[in-house]
Design a protein around this ligand. Sequence first.
Ligand code: AHR
Length: 506
Amino acid sequence: MAKLVINNESKKSKIAPEIYGHFSEHLGRCIYEGLYVGENSDIPNVNGMRTDVVEALKEMKIPVLRWPGGCFADEYHWMDGIGPKEKRKKMINTHWGGVVEDNSFGTHEYFELAKQLGCKTYVNANLGSGTVREMSEWVEYMTFNGVSPMADLRKENGHEEPWTVDYLGVGNENWGCGGNMRPTFYADEYRRYQTYVRNYNGAKPISKICCGPNVDDYNWTEKVLETCFDHTPAHFHGFMDGLSLHYYTLPETEGDWNFKGSATNFTEEVFYQTLKRSFYMDELIKRHGAIMDKYDPEKKIGLMVDEWGIWTDVEPGTNPGFLYQQNTMRDALVAGMNLNLFNKHSDRVKMACIAQLINVLQSVMLTDGEKMIKTPTYYVFKMFKDHQDATLLSSELLNNSTVGADKNELPKIFESVSENENGVITITLTNNSLEAAEDIEVVLTKDGAAYNVSAATVVTGKMADHNTFENPEVVKEAEFKDYSKTENGISVKIPACSVLMLQLKK
Ligand code: AHR
């Protein structure tokens, strides 16, 4: 039996809501079909945004949405996506399937979507193939409330008021698709571009995100920070608010990206291998975080894990450039495990955007024409939503066993615990075992006897269980009853292969 000791007198960092963030790129059917169907579609929509999708995302409490890419961002020229739709340029989406991008979803549509979702905005600007002027004018177009060429153009295009840009990415993956730059070169470019990202009078200051490393490229982190903070103190407000980190879990790849493994057809060994590979996130956060500590010991700059999730082979018969994949209980565990890790590292991790929102990679929803299904990953995000803005509590798992063999061995249970402003304690757990349930004694160090369970839900099933358009509810969030009150807390039996959420209230 494992024991979860929660020290509810030891309050740690605030869990930034943005840890539960999402990413939407002009890739495959993410923007077009997934989010945006156009005003004249038969699919119910408000100003072109799918109503079913918007409603489900609000229910899941989406806190922030990154757009327009990804690799697409460093080839995106924002002026192509404003003005009358029939006059917008048609271009080739060179990265993703070579399809025609008609730019019918642009800046105005993105802010309309964010408004409907009630979420923060994260615009990723083009450093790789754009100019300083282009980036600076986009910021002026979006945020300036006065008379200026770009503000006037926005008004001509029908939007009198400026919008709020909460986050601005200064390039994406500039070590790769964003220009194949070396770290010192990018860092100098970052210094220059970010200078002209203005905070206009009255506008909310924009949080600037610098392009961080790919996976374990510690040299990138070191050199970028060293160059950026040469002659610029790290505490210089507004110079850099975040450093991104991208890490995808490739279930079966052994160096060859053409064979990542199927999303639904995999062995138990591959299941544990996937979880173990995903758990690598912990080491990445610690090691990149340690480098950041040297330049920013007060942890003012967030590590923004703005692309993460499982990346498998595409569903058979679909366009390989569209990255459309199914989503199983394995995805639910990967989501639960990573979200627990992000909570635990919330002193440094200030944002994480799973890739991608809909119809691409590890999505929370899939669509087929007018049909929409929620994936196992969706339910995990929904179950974890009350961690947003809560305070992490110190917690420790005793007698935790391991699962998976040899190189795939990892802890059986992952957990994180937070307390919200009303004193409600949210506990989220994953049981990574495919065979064995686990009895867990949950103990609170203070007033344990006074707490009762106020909500408890679970997502569970077999490792490859997934929802389809024919059977949309094979995996879903269900009420959980297998707990009982004890002297200092509660005792629960978490089923094998499951993600569990418990709330305790006095
Ligand atoms: O999410 C798909 C792609 O993965 C993004 O465009 C890019 O940033 C990353 O390599």
